[in-house]
Design a protein around this ligand. Structure first.
Ligand code: GUN
Length: 282
């Protein structure tokens, strides 16, 4: 039976460390402020934004909220981002996604100064990660690396299979695992023999957005299984991309849903905010 990786506990430890770091920066006269921009009132986004602001308060940095109506134009949003880029009191800018369909997300992401790109979505941040230069890293994959390291998983030389190739999770995840010297395979919806490939994984990271898609048959005995998915079933119960009850019988370590990867995203956002306060040296 697999041991559970407790993302809630690990994220609490990270936030505690950051709280101390922020207090020490404050004593040197360095203050942090995250600008949180939300367009429209998507219910899931409201919850995420509220939790992000709460985390800022907890670690001791300010947050400035910009709650804009759904009809906001792309030009208006770009103008606000331009102002926040210029505002020396703001270290980090977070534009909650998804944006309404009349706004082009790429244009907005490209408009954020790479120095304040705490989500790590800007092409310059992604490019820096690709060639091993310092920069902001997308929070969910960065959080998965922390989960693995703090659970004493040896990554070096291991076979890592990633299911999903999104810009936010799959692709940066592959680059981070490569940086840790894993042998990385990225799979996706067109992959042939997905089950056979997953069965080669010492570390299986699943981010495909399909409820309980990965059954026990996809998992090698003793593998480490990381589940990025989050779904709500007809009984309002949360589940992931992995069929947990089957997977936990095969895996040596596994993340639950909820309480696995989820809490790490906000902890790593806070990590990026502190990094932004210190001019990206870490
Ligand atoms: N929407 C869902 N996840 C995220 C995230 O990590 N950052 C932003 N900005 N929007 C999101």
């Amino acid at each position: 039976m697999a041991e559970i990786i407790d993302g809630k506990k690990i994220s609490a430890e990270i936030k505690e460390e950051l709280k101390e770091k922020v207090a020490s920066l404050k004593s040197q006269g360095i203050e942090g402020c995250l600008a949180v921009v939300q367009v429209g009132d998507d219910p899931a986004s409201c919850v995420y934004v509220r939790n992000k602001k709460k985390a800022c308060e907890y670690i001791g940095i300010k947050s400035k909220s910009y709650e804009l109506p759904a009809e906001t134009t792309q030009e208006e949003l770009l103008k606000l981002i331009g102002q926040l880029n210029e505002d020396a009191s703001v270290n980090g800018i977070l534009v909650q996604l998804p944006l309404p369909s009349h706004i082009d997300e790429k244009t907005i992401i490209n408009g954020i100064s790479p120095k304040k790109d705490v989500d790590g979505f800007h092409p310059e941040s992604v490019g820096s990660l690709t060639i091993g230069q310092p920069g902001f890293v997308s929070c969910t994959p960065a959080g998965i690396i922390e989960l693995l390291k703090r659970s004493h998983v040896n990554i070096d030389g291991k076979n890592c299979v990633i299911v999903g190739r999104s810009n936010i999770v799959g692709k940066p995840m592959a680059l981070l695992m490569l940086r840790e010297n894993a042998t990385v395979t990225i799979t996706h919806s067109h992959t042939k023999n997905l089950q056979d490939i997953c069965k080669t994984a010492d570390i299986l990271i699943v981010a495909i957005g399909k409820n309980k898609f990965i059954t026990g048959d996809y998992i090698k005995e003793g593998a480490v299984v990381i589940d990025v998915g989050i779904h709500r079933d007809e009984n309002n119960k949360l589940s992931g991309d992995v069929k947990f009850d089957e997977a936990e019988k095969k895996a040596s370590l596994i993340t639950p849903v909820p309480g696995g990867v989820g809490p790490m995203t906000i902890a790593m956002l806070m990590y990026n905010c502190v990094k932004a306060m210190t001019g990206m040296k870490d």
